[in-house]
Design a protein around this ligand. Structure first.
Ligand code: ZN
Length: 129
């Protein structure tokens, strides 16, 4: 399942709109009911863009989903294959932390090896109400 979600993330990465950074990111968010939501990064010259991870979460949340299992993330400069691991930015880590539990997995691939992280790995001692 992790491999499948990595592949879906690689596919949606090709839809990235990133003319400023030329860094394309794709994400596959898996809900506990088995449904998946894909997202890519979308940049904008006038205002802050949105990352692939938050695109996927926004799609799922707006469709009524609240129970999430994992998110596979891939990223690399345009024209290159995503080989090295791509982890969420600080903004996404805080955003995602509001919607996931301690079992939620961040899935990345690094030189062919799949690595998983929890929110506590990526954002320990985070802000929360
Ligand atoms: Zn981000």
């Amino acid at each position: 399942m992790f491999e499948k979600d990595i592949e879906l993330a690689k596919q949606v990465r090709l839809n990235s709109y990133s003319p400023y950074s030329n860094y394309r990111v794709g994400a596959c968010l898996r809900c506990k009911d088995g449904s998946t939501y894909l997202g890519c990064n979308i940049e904008n010259h006038g205002i802050q863009g949105i990352c692939a991870e938050r695109t996927a979460f926004a799609k799922a949340i707006s469709e009524g989903k609240r129970d999430f299992e994992s998110i596979a993330i891939v990223g690399a400069p345009k024209g290159k294959d995503p080989i090295e691991k791509c982890l969420p930015c600080g903004y996404c880590r805080q955003f995602i932390s509001e919607f996931v539990d301690d079992e939620f997995k961040f899935i990345v691939e690094n030189n062919g090896e799949i690595i998983t992280y929890t929110i506590n790995d990526l954002l320990p001692n985070r802000f929360g109400l």
